[in-house]
Design a binder for this molecule. Structure first.
Ligand SMILES: [Zn+2]
Length: 114
């Protein structure tokens, strides 16, 4: 099956070309930016912020991790027994929703996406 550039219509010799040799448009941009919401959620299930980092939101992932550690530390003063599971759930939901928004080309820059 022959592939054609969606921008200029020229036939592409290499089916895995990332850039059209004729007009220079990026061909794989949508594929490169795709995130699996399920993988993002599972990663956040194990480590705070990991799903956010997987989504390409590195700074946000670090912030989620730090807040997670603070929540875990506050278990010593009991409030963490409530905060830690809530923050854990927020991180999973945000990782899932952010991945879906990124895939749809929507804004996922909010700190918490529901
Ligand atoms: Zn082209």
């Amino acid at each position: 099956m022959a592939n054609y550039c969606s921008e200029c219509g020229k036939e592409l010799i290499s089916p895995n070309a990332e850039i059209c040799p004729n007009c220079g448009v990026r061909l794989k941009e949508i594929v490169i930016n795709r995130r699996s919401p399920v993988i993002a959620a599972i990663l956040s299930l194990f480590i705070w912020g990991l799903g956010q980092i997987y989504n390409g939101q590195f700074g946000k992932g670090i912030a989620y991790f730090v807040i997670g550690i603070l929540c875990a530390a506050s278990i010593m003063i009991f409030i963490g027994l409530l905060l830690a599971p809530i923050w854990w759930l927020i991180g999973i939901v945000d990782a899932y929703t952010s991945a879906k928004r990124i895939n749809a080309g929507e804004d996922a820059s909010k700190f918490i996406n529901f």
